[in-house]
Design a binder for this molecule. Structure first.
Ligand SMILES: *[C@@H]1O[C@H](CO)[C@@H](O)[C@H](O)[C@H]1NC(C)=O
Ligand SMILES: *[C@@H]1O[C@H](CO)[C@@H](O)[C@H](O)[C@H]1NC(C)=O
Ligand SMILES: *[C@@H]1O[C@H](CO)[C@@H](O)[C@H](O)[C@H]1NC(C)=O
Ligand SMILES: *[C@@H]1O[C@H](CO)[C@@H](O)[C@H](O)[C@H]1NC(C)=O
Ligand SMILES: *[C@@H]1O[C@H](CO)[C@@H](O)[C@H](O)[C@H]1NC(C)=O
Ligand SMILES: *[C@@H]1O[C@H](CO)[C@@H](O)[C@H](O)[C@H]1NC(C)=O
Ligand SMILES: [Zn+2]
Length: 463
């Protein structure tokens, strides 16, 4: 572990320290212009992508409870300290420790074939002998209720449909309901396992994992996702009245909770250090692909906000705090504990920002807050005209910041061209390749301009 740290860290530090005197060469008008220039043309051009690739190539995906997540926290923490950021520290939280173990699924009838599957987070395993059973495919919970008796002793396959082209993001919630709740609904009908169609907009036979939950009223049965292609194939077997049998083997299990860490760094405010603008992303990911899109990118642009200000030696009136959350994927676990520990900061928090929907080409901001604060954000948006990222849409939020937003703190997320987000999400396709370095720089610029200019307003954003 130490070896890679020493190999990579000097590169990061030298990349970032090279930038220290670069602003002398810039001829900017405003701080926002200087931030945009530094990250799109100056010494920070490409640095965010570089950091993301270095982190996710070296450590890989960072499952909650896995040592890789702790390694990632150490890696970023050391780099932040080396760079000279302020108040760099971790805040311990208690996080779950689910282990995937070996897993596989085979179609036994009508032909023998390997099925593309991924166990779902929190699922139990099948036991050492696996489970072999006939199959019932349903498209909805309503259909399952009608066919409940048929489901007994079978593996239930949920194959819900949605027009992802028409609503690339809107489909996610309704489809995830089956991933999250399908196992207990199937168990209610005495099924022996539950397989669900991946919550994915596109698929090249790649399964997409994610979190599931058990309803304590029913027995816990194993739950996995199937690729879109295989879920549809099973449905076609059923439509042709061909009898189907599947063998499922999963070693998944949950170990006792472990200690995880929210990572914090700041640029302290010049005149109102007691008031805060929070920028964030989550450092944990699923254990497939590289966790670069969800949410390495959001974490990295939040870090870049501080790097840019530090490099330009600029302080806003208020403190800008970067928090990299632990264990978002199992339900905002680290962020919930952060909120509990920092609830006293609700009155001093101007805005909470989380980027967790990709750092593709940015368009602006999604914002939730009072009409008055919306008008202020609208006014600030003109500073992003040079990079055409002035759009403001409603709906700013994110799993990790929602506790604050629910308490009335304004919330924001990055508006970006993420129509393909759910093609890669929670799958082996979530690698650094999905991103474009230039677009990440632009995303970091949007993030930094809003963080800085909100932190430098005369007043807190009105509630
Ligand atoms: C972490 O993940 C790796 C790869 O999946 C696995 O081999 C290892 O056992 C995991 N460690 C823990 C502590 O769960
Ligand atoms: C499948 O079986 C059902 C019920 O017996 C029947 O109504 C339907 O026509 C059959 N479909 C095909 C394609 O054979
Ligand atoms: C922060 O401190 C300043 C100066 O002490 C004070 O005027 C301001 O009201 C404080 N902010 C909040 C939100 O309490
Ligand atoms: C600016 O962005 C908007 C969307 O936010 C887009 O419709 C428009 O085409 C862009 N303009 C240019 C010149 O790229
Ligand atoms: C906020 O703006 C919306 C839309 O412009 C309007 O319908 C609503 O009444 C406003 N709310 C307040 C409290 O002014
Ligand atoms: C990367 O993004 C920039 C800015 O949006 C664009 O000009 C460029 O063509 C993109 N590169 C690729 C390989 O898509
Ligand atoms: Zn995420």
């Amino acid at each position: 572990m130490m070896l890679w740290l020493f190999l990579i860290l000097p590169v990061i530090i030298s990349v970032t320290s090279r930038s220290i005197d670069i602003h002398d060469k810039l001829t900017p008008k405003t701080v926002s212009d200087r931030l945009i220039e530094l990250v799109t043309q100056g010494a920070f051009r490409g640095v965010t992508y570089y950091r993301l690739a270095a982190l996710t190539d070296t450590i890989g995906p960072r499952l909650c409870g896995n040592e890789s997540l702790t390694q990632a926290v150490d890696w970023v923490r050391h780099a932040m300290i080396g760079e000279g950021l302020e108040n760099v520290h971790v805040e311990p939280v208690q996080i779950p420790h689910w282990v995937r173990g070996a897993e596989r699924a085979h179609l036994i009838q009508p032909r023998i074939a390997k099925l593309s599957m991924l166990g779902l987070g929190n699922s139990v395993g099948t036991g050492p002998n696996g489970i072999q059973a006939p199959v019932l495919v349903v498209r909805s919970f309503d259909e399952l209720d009608i066919r409940c008796e048929e489901a007994r002793n079978k593996i239930v396959v949920f194959n819900p449909q949605c027009d992802w082209v028409a609503q690339p993001v809107g489909c996610y919630g309704p489809i995830v309901a089956y991933r999250a709740g399908g196992a207990s609904r199937a168990a209610k009908c005495e099924a022996v396992a539950s397989l669900s169609r991946s919550a994915a907009s596109h698929s090249i036979d790649s399964p997409h994992t994610g979190m599931m939950n058990y309803d304590p009223a029913y027995p816990k049965i194993p739950a996995a996702s199937l690729s879109v292609e295989h879920a549809d194939m099973l449905e076609r077997f059923q439509q042709r009245n061909q009898s189907m049998e599947i063998f499922l083997y999963m070693e998944a299990h949950t170990l006792p909770d472990v200690v995880g860490y929210n990572l914090v760094a700041e640029i302290e405010g010049s005149t109102l250090p007691n008031e805060t603008v929070l920028v964030s992303g989550h450092l944990d990911s699923w254990d497939v692909g590289q966790g670069a899109m969800d949410d390495g990118g959001g974490a990295m642009i939040s870090w870049t906000v501080l790097s840019l200000l530090h490099s330009l030696n600029i302080r806003a009136k208020r403190t800008i705090r970067c928090v990299l959350w632990s264990c978002e994927e199992f339900g905002g676990i680290g962020a919930d504990q952060y909120f509990t520990a920092h609830e006293n900061e609700v009155p001093t928090m101007s805005i909470v920002m989380e980027s967790d929907m990709g750092v593709f080409h940015p368009r602006g901001l999604e914002f939730t807050g009072s009409n008055k604060s919306q008008q202020i954000i609208q006014t600030l948006s003109v500073q992003l005209q040079s990079i055409n990222a002035t759009q403001i849409l409603p709906g700013g939020g994110g799993t990790d910041i929602d506790p604050w937003v629910e308490r009335g703190v304004p919330g924001a997320s990055l508006l970006n061209d993420n129509a393909n987000y759910f093609a890669y999400h929670h799958s082996n396709g979530d690698t650094v390749n999905v991103f474009n370095s230039t677009d990440i720089d632009l995303a970091a610029a949007v993030w930094a301009v809003y963080a800085y200019s909100i932190a430098d307003l005369d007043n807190l954003l009105p509630r």
